[in-house]
Design a protein around this ligand. Structure first.
Ligand code: NAP
Length: 270
């Protein structure tokens, strides 16, 4: 595990002259080098936050951090020791934690590689717990914090062949609620955002797998599989998810906690 930063990482004070909604806040965004995480990093920075991009690819993390005027950290979130070596809560502090990193693997349960199942749970459930655990004392001491977990419509519904992903997202919904209860009297909120299919590399990578698993052409996967249960027949854009995350971190949200916000084009309404 490598760890790198572009400079000292400290939670800033609210004395910034900027009037932007998140001026003076520091936000840690996992998986911030790609897709939804990259859009979140860009949006939170535009709203005035100092953004720390955490990802496993140093070049990509550094590039996004440079774009948003922030810092970067490198870690494999499947590696508990690597997370603990980041110095979160000591040398690295954050007022906002966006648990976003994740990946997908599609296979029937009887063929699902147990190591892959475990890795998905480590990255998408254990890491959010470890990151929150490390950063919460600083948030509690400051009397303010925002934790937003990028969950999924699969935090509420199941799909065949996605046993690890669906169970990790359902677990993340539970973790978020516990964090909300424990942080309620300390100024810390915890919420999830639950997109349907978003136009990112993660989804683009699923199309070939889904075509093979369902025995259909790749060109039919979008409408016949991914959007089959969705009323709004288009992919969600990463910037739409980022706007919802920014809202949950912004002003007037002290009482929004323990909630789960679907952005699934009506998938779960049917
Ligand atoms: P993405 O473009 O693949 O971005 C995910 C990022 O997480 C990548 O930079 C990836 O790095 C990083 N990551 C993966 N495993 C990691 C690990 N072990 N340690 C550190 N970083 C790691 O995917 P995305 O679509 O934006 O997904 C982001 C989140 O949104 C995920 O939690 C996903 O479940 C959720 N979500 C996505 C959709 C969708 O349709 N796209 C829908 C609902 C929810 P690498 O590129 O090196 O793998």
């Amino acid at each position: 595990m490598a760890c790198a930063t572009r400079g000292p990482l400290r939670s800033r004070t609210m004395s910034s002259s900027s009037t932007r909604a998140l001026a003076g806040r520091t936000a840690l965004v996992t998986g911030g080098a790609s897709g939804i995480g990259r859009a979140v990093a860009t949006r939170l920075a535009a709203d005035g936050a100092h953004v720390v991009v955490l990802d496993r690819d140093e070049t990509a993390a550094k590039e996004v951090a440079h774009e948003v005027g922030g810092d970067h950290l490198v870690a494999d979130l499947a590696d508990r020791a690597g997370i603990e070596a980041l110095g979160l809560g000591t040398t690295v502090r954050a007022d906002i934690l966006v648990n976003n990193a994740g990946f997908q693997h599609v296979a029937p349960v009887e063929e699902f590689d147990p190591d892959t199942f475990e890795a998905i749970h480590r990255v998408m459930l254990q890491a959010p717990f470890l990151l929150a655990r490390a950063l919460l004392p600083g948030m509690y001491a400051a009397g303010w914090g925002r934790i937003v977990h990028v969950s999924s419509a699969h935090g509420h519904r199941a799909s065949a062949y996605k046993s690890a992903y669906v169970s990790a997202k359902h677990g993340l919904e539970g973790l978020s609620k516990v964090l909300a209860l424990e942080g309620a009297d300390k100024g810390v909120t915890s919420n999830t955002v639950c997109p349907g299919y978003v136009r990112t590399p993660l989804v683009e990578g699923q199309i070939a797998d889904q075509a093979a698993t369902h025995g259909i052409a790749e060109s039919d996967v979008l409408q016949d599989v991914l959007l089959a249960r969705t009323a709004v027949k288009r992919l969600v854009e990463p910037e739409e998810v980022a706007a919802l995350v920014a809202f949950l971190c912004g002003p007037g949200t002290d009482s929004i906690t323990g909630t789960s916000h679907l952005m699934d084009g009506g998938w779960t309404a049917a």
